[in-house]
Design a protein around this ligand. Structure first.
Ligand code: ADP
Ligand code: MG
Length: 273
């Protein structure tokens, strides 16, 4: 983008502590490249409080990269990501953008939880142990306190009875629900899901989607990269179609699935309907 693109919103973010009208995530002109390849080519996206946004699109279109930028697991090259009005990952000093300190980054993303396709549970820890780990290490909770929270979170995903089971004794669907419980234990305001059911056997997909539906009903703000079009149609407030690093179409599920006549979207959806 133009050199001035990033400066104004970044300065505004520095002075205004809160986002206007409740948008928990604001993405403006987001760009990201790997080597010569521009993977995100100017993404603009708002996610309001309690909104569920489902992100769809072909493989390699930049969906994971976008989500990873929202958690600052990736640095972005230009544009702004504001989380609850706070610029994520960067600060402006003397009108120039500089990378934020670790402390600033952790502060800005403390309310963002993420769930991946691969559950990444610690194999040597029980379900409860996996949920307790960050509570104790990152949040400084006592063992007893962390255990209480872990049991409450496992109950929320329907796994109270399996709290002391090791991951190897749990199905993929149960392991993913533990991963969701682990993220929820940190009390995020926003949950990001990157193809949370794509690694699961088909008969285990439903139990994970069920937990996510309940989370949506409870008012959680969510961004979900998914190929589960039924879930998106039922749960999403907004569906976003990403193609070649840009948002090509966005709208209500009905608009995107039925009305939009974007040729690349129609071609993509043919694989599902
Ligand atoms: P999606 O999740 O939509 O399948 P990704 O965001 O994972 O797409 O990837 C978008 C593009 O960026 C792809 O072409 C991919 O090969 C490339 N890419 C992703 N991560 C990296 C990386 N760490 N290094 C180099 N290229 C990457
Ligand atoms: Mg991906």
């Amino acid at each position: 983008g133009a050199p001035g693109d990033a400066a104004a919103p970044a300065d505004a973010a520095g002075s205004a502590a809160r986002a206007p009208d409740g948008a928990l995530i604001q993405v403006r002109g987001l760009r990201k490249h790997y080597g010569d390849v521009e993977v995100l080519r100017g993404v603009d996206l708002d996610i309001g409080k309690s909104e569920v946004v489902c992100i769809i699109g072909p493989s390699g279109s930049g969906k994971s990269t976008l989500l990873r930028c929202l958690a600052f697991l990736e640095e972005y090259d230009a544009g702004d990501v504001l989380i609850e009005g706070e610029l994520l990952g960067y600060a402006t000093r003397n009108g120039k953008r500089v990378k934020a300190s670790h402390a600033q980054i952790n502060h800005a993303r403390r309310n963002v939880g993420m769930v991946f396709q691969q559950f990444n549970l610690w194999p040597h820890m029980t379900a409860a142990g996996n949920v307790m780990e960050a509570l104790q290490r990152v949040r400084g909770r006592s063992r007893d306190e962390a255990r209480r929270t872990a049991l409450a979170m496992l109950d929320r995903v329907g796994l109270a009875a399996r709290a002391d089971a090791y991951p190897a004794k749990l199905s993929g669907g149960q392991q993913q629900r533990v991963a969701i419980a682990r993220a929820l234990a940190m009390e995020p305001h926003i949950m990001l899901f990157d193809e949370p059911t794509s690694a699961l056997d088909p008969e285990l997909v439903g139990e994970v989607l069920q937990v996510m539906k309940q989370l949506a009903r409870d008012g959680m703000t969510m961004a979900v990269v998914t190929h589960e079009m039924g879930f998106a149609a039922q749960v999403a407030d907004k569906v976003v179609f990403i193609d070649e690093g840009r948002i090509a179409v966005q709208g209500s599920p009905h608009d995107v699935f039925h009305d939009a006549d974007h040729p690349r979207l129609r071609q993509f959806l043919q694989n599902y309907f």
